[in-house]
Design a protein around this ligand. Structure first.
Ligand SMILES: [Ca+2]
Ligand SMILES: [Ca+2]
Ligand SMILES: [Ca+2]
Length: 267
């Protein structure tokens, strides 16, 4: 146990060190980044616009504020068996002093969700996930939010490969946040063809307790956004797509050193 704890500490120190070195290299125009090797400090950047008006978590993008959001797609697919499983997802994120706002717009020919329990396994269903580490760095933890299309939530703190190679999920993290869903199709009916679903999150800054959530304009946090796509009621298999590449998906989609960055824009 003592050896594992020391190893974890050394890993954290190494990552912190390489982050600052990579940042300096980036400033001088040098880059060690390749398709397979994401260098800490050179992660891809999402620019989160500041919301200029209220946003209601109802799954409907009818607020003027959303017009300012950068639109990106999840182009990294994993666990994909069939071409059918490569379905399009558009993602938007905004912020203000009180909240982070997320919008997932998912094309889906088969809307499927079985989990209804709290802190269960919504990730085996059609599910939108958000992992955030509220610093511009790659510490070995993050907050996680996963909600399926029937509103079943799984929220947790991850300690990634914290003890040896073991990742610890702490589900006792149960913050207050709002989620709204719309579906264009029929739930859990494999015999027809659906069109898609949306999910809108409003996560209060207070959910990220313990981290600095003030004076955010111009600062950066690490995050990842993920979609699970299940297309058969009786088969738990689902494909996974992510905003940022995560090359070790056989491991999982949670390593914080594969996260990208969000920048809090002041418009
Ligand atoms: Ca809305
Ligand atoms: Ca929880
Ligand atoms: Ca689906």
């Amino acid at each position: 146990m003592r050896t594992a704890a020391v190893t974890a500490l050394i890993l954290i120190l190494n990552v912190t060190s390489s982050f600052s070195q990579a940042g300096q290299a980036g400033q001088t125009g040098q880059t060690g980044q390749t398709e397979k090797e994401l260098v800490i400090g050179e992660q891809p950047l999402y620019r989160a616009a500041k919301a200029t008006g209220p946003i209601v978590a109802d799954g409907v993008m009818n607020e003027d504020a959303w017009k300012e959001a950068q639109v990106v797609t999840f182009d990294h697919f994993f666990r994909r068996d069939e071409p059918l499983e490569k379905q399009r997802t558009e993602f938007r994120m905004m912020w203000d002093e009180r909240n982070i706002y997320l919008f997932y717009e998912c094309e889906d020919t088969s809307i499927t969700a079985r989990e209804t329990g709290f802190d269960g396994r919504p990730y085996l269903d059609d599910c939108a996930e958000f992992f955030v580490l509220p610093v511009p760095d790659s510490l070995y933890m993050h907050f996680g939010y996963e909600v399926n299309v029937v509103g079943a939530r799984y929220d947790y703190v991850v300690l990634w490969q914290f003890v040896g190679n073991r990742t610890v999920f702490i589900p006792d993290y149960n913050p207050a946040y709002e989620v709204g869903v719309t579906m264009d199709g029929t739930l859990n009916d494999d015999t027809d063809t659906d069109r898609g679903w949306t999910m809108e999150y409003v996560i209060p800054m207070s959910a990220l307790r313990g981290f600095n959530t003030r004076n955010l304009a111009g600062t950066r946090w690490a995050f990842q956004a993920v979609r699970q796509d299940r297309n058969a009621v009786d088969d738990r298999f689902r494909s996974t797509s992510t905003l940022f590449p995560t090359y070790d998906v056989a491991l999982d989609v949670h390593p914080p050193y594969r996260f990208g960055l969000m920048e809090f824009m002041d418009n």
